[in-house]
Design a protein around this ligand. Structure first.
Ligand code: ADP
Length: 394
């Protein structure tokens, strides 16, 4: 682990120095090292999940590098910025989803009722007139990865009948050096065409990390552009218009304080891991038991493999992990039936058993770590991780 940590430290150092070639070399070493350790039966699960976490981070960096390499270079500075405004950032259709498609998360739904749905409804206007001057429709969603933040925003857009632009921050990052700011500006300009729209910035931390920490001039420029455009955009909202800005982050603690100040992103909502109700819903969707789904495959399960039983077993996993787990579970009887057919030439009735679920869970490496959950808990208590750990020890 010490050697691995040393490699990580060098990788981080190279990233900070913007030495992409050096960072690439160490990312590859880290990836190989992590892969080997994950396969090693003598390595404890807790270390394995740390290897997986870090492997994911460096893999993403390597993938992004590859994309940048393959992206067509802009002919001139002018054509690059023209491209930014020509791209249609808004999906053609309003998502065919509503808040009913969000499993569980009652506290999150309550927060959206107070901060969005009721705030926009004339029925509630007298109450808002009493208590609030401005209705801040700038929302920061934070929480572990895979907990459904992107899905939630699409459901919100569907429910409100809003056009939506889902902006993966990597789209506005470095590949067109200096143009990230132009892209951000272009997105806000396009949004002004619509009476009802939501701009969703995923992984906002990529441009909104503390300006003191990030030395890159371009990142600072992008953040300043984002903040000024946000202010102008929501301030210009007319009656009967809905203009919402949502940003998501898995690392709220690194955000620049300017992002959370002066009427910006004053509404912060924690998106936790799915509770029992949410897990029940997710599992019934992924095992094809949810009757609201058209053309579903009702996966055959042994009588003791109930939705409740699987939901209890998957406590501590994110929605994205539950989806992956269900897929792997379903593959097991499928594989058995295919092998049987290939050996005997006839079919046999098989189904998902408890053993299938338990085997998959035994091998599955949870993308959520205890450290991650503690970091969120510390953030919501307004403490640094160090303060939080000291507080736990008391
Ligand atoms: P995030 O943006 O937080 O990383 P996503 O929105 O990409 O997560 O969710 C990952 C997957 O898990 C999506 O397929 C989404 O549909 C599903 N999911 C996660 N949580 C929920 C939930 N509470 N209700 C419905 N689907 C969910």
């Amino acid at each position: 682990m010490q050697t691995f940590k040393r490699y990580l430290a060098i990788y981080n150092q190279k990233r900070q120095e913007n030495d992409l070639e050096g960072a690439k070399e160490y990312a590859q070493i880290i990836l190989q090292y992590a892969n080997k350790e994950v396969q090693n039966p003598n390595v404890a699960d807790v270390y394995k999940s740390e290897f997986v976490q870090n492997a994911k981070i460096v893999k993403k960096f390597l993938d992004d590098l590859e994309k940048i390499k393959n992206a067509p270079a802009p002919a001139t500075k002018q054509s690059a910025s023209e491209d930014a405004s020509k791209t249609d950032w808004f999906a053609a259709d309003i998502p065919n989803l509503s808040m009913k498609d969000v499993a569980g998360l009652q506290e999150v739904k309550d927060a959206l009722l107070v901060n969005v749905f009721a705030a926009l409804s004339p029925k509630y206007a007298p109450i808002y007139r009493k208590y609030r001057k401005d209705i801040g429709l700038q929302i920061l969603l934070y929480g572990p990865p895979g907990t459904g933040k992107t899905h939630l925003v699409k459901c919100l857009a569907g429910q409100l009948g809003c056009k939506i632009a889902v902006v993966q921050i990597k789209d506005v990052m470095a590949n067109l050096v200096g143009d990230g700011a132009k892209v951000i500006h272009a997105i806000f300009e396009q949004a002004k065409k619509y009476d009802k729209c939501i701009i969703f910035f995923d992984e906002i931390d990529a441009i909104a990390a503390s300006r003191e920490d990030d030395e890159s001039r371009h990142t600072k420029e992008q953040l300043t552009t984002l903040l000024t455009n946000m202010d102008g955009f929501t301030a210009g909202t007319k009656e009967n218009q809905i203009r919402i800005i949502v940003a998501a982050t898995n690392r709220p603690w690194i955000l620049d304080s300017a992002v959370k100040r002066g009427g910006r992103f004053e509404t912060q909502i924690y998106i936790p891991l799915p509770d029992m109700e949410a897990r029940r819903k997710l599992i019934s969707i992924y095992l094809g038991k949810d009757e609201s789904i058209k053309d579903r495959l009702d996966i055959p399960c042994a009588p003791d493999v109930t939705i409740d039983w699987v939901a209890k077993k998957t406590e501590g996993y994110a929605g994205a992990d539950i989806k992956a787990i269900c897929k792997q579970v379903i593959n097991r009887p499928l594989e058995r039936e295919v092998k049987y057919f290939s050996a005997h030439g006839t079919t046999k009735d098989d189904c998902v058993t408890r053993d299938d679920v338990e085997e998959v869970l035994r091998k599955y490496i949870n993308s959520i770590t205890d450290e991650m959950l503690m970091s969120f808990d510390a953030y919501s208590k307004n403490m640094t991780l160090m303060e939080y750990l000291a507080h736990l020890k008391k």
